[in-house]
Design a protein around this ligand. Structure first.
Ligand SMILES: [Zn+2]
Length: 340
């Protein structure tokens, strides 16, 4: 077992100490005496200098694949073999992780909308500010491991990033995202939301990769495999961990498909509330106009199921997993393949 140090004064974290250090970084509650104790592992490889990588799990508390994969790695990795600096925060929104909820029960806030954060803000905003000012400036590469959580939707397994104008940064993002060996690498719209951890990291020029590795508050076995080996592959890629890049799913027979859903028109809201019946598994290739699902209005016996059709050719990256689907919720994302 590692020694753990509780840190109230964040300036006392030694980000340069050789080896592996484990902290619980304290952020006081807003309305009562007590603290969120956010786990942080600092590894400074003893084999020599190298780049810096930050890895996050639990940015949303009901997404467990990242929490599991990052937790395992932070205990397994041997700093004597490593180069460079690795910062690992397996349960970033710790109160949300404890509660098993997307947002924090302490202030109702969504960590992945709270960036860049505010040192005088509520708990979630103060944790985000710590990430912006103490973690991101110390690394070159940022990995934020997500899943669809309990929101009811299901993603095809994918790593992801936003559209990037700089061709060099873009090429490196494609390369690093592909190291997770998920069936898809998705380029997704920046316009659906703002204040994401990845928005902040991208704005700071970091090679920034997110991804969706499960759904429904479970621990998807394949999702953990991609997240766990993907992070190790990134460390191999940058020479921070000895060993070679390993495929996660060699039986798939093709490398990750690079797909894009960069227009808001690619994110189809449910037109009415109902119960969704999928026609395909996520990841299926579909053609424009093809039937991809049916929405049932069980309140009206006379109503036949509403046919949901693909707006254009592409791959189903998202559809409902839980049957009840509320009007307005993103019901369908069909992403189109783009040339490498
Ligand atoms: Zn998430």
């Amino acid at each position: 077992m590692l020694d753990v140090r509780t840190v109230h004064y964040h300036g006392s974290i030694d980000f340069d100490r050789p080896g592996k250090s484990l902290y619980e970084v304290a952020f006081h509650y807003d309305g009562e005496w007590g603290n969120a104790l956010v786990p942080l592992v600092v590894i400074n490889g003893e084999a020599g200098p190298g780049p810096g990588v930050a890895v996050f799990g639990g940015t949303h508390g009901d997404e467990y694949e990242g929490q599991v994969a990052v937790w395992r790695l932070m205990h397994e990795l041997d700093p004597t073999l490593m180069r460079g600096r690795l910062l690992m925060l397996p349960r970033l929104n710790t109160p949300a992780c404890i509660a098993g909820t997307r947002t924090s029960p302490k202030d109702g806030a969504n960590m992945n909308r709270a960036f860049p954060g505010n040192p005088r803000g509520t708990l979630t905003s103060r944790i985000a500010h710590f990430v912006t000012t103490a973690i991101l400036p110390r690394v070159d590469v940022v990995l934020d491991i997500h899943a669809a959580g309990r929101g009811g939707q299901q993603f095809a397994l994918c790593s992801s990033f936003h559209p990037i104008a700089d061709p060099v940064q873009y090429a490196e993002m494609v390369k690093v995202a592909s190291l997770f060996d998920t069936p898809f690498v998705m380029i997704y719209s920046s316009e659906m939301a703002s204040g994401l951890l990845t928005d902040q990291a991208e704005a700071m020029g970091k090679v920034t990769i997110g991804g969706e590795f499960g759904h429904s508050g479970g621990v998807l076995r394949q999702g953990v495999a991609h997240a766990y080996q993907g992070i190790k592959n990134v460390l191999h890629h940058y020479g921070m961990l000895p060993g070679s890049i390993m495929p996660v799913d060699p039986s798939r027979g093709h490398p990750p498909r690079l797909v894009a859903a960069t227009s808001l028109d690619d994110y189809v809201p449910a037109p009415v509330s109902g119960y969704f019946e999928p026609v395909y598994e996520v990841g299926a290739a579909v053609a424009a106009g093809e039937l991809v699902g049916r929405l049932y209005d069980f309140e009206r016996v006379a109503a036949p199921p509403l046919e949901v059709r693909a707006p254009h050719d592409g791959y189903i990256l998202l559809q409902p997993f839980a049957a009840p689907t509320a009007k307005g919720v993103t019901m369908l994302v069909i992403a189109q393949e783009v040339a490498l």
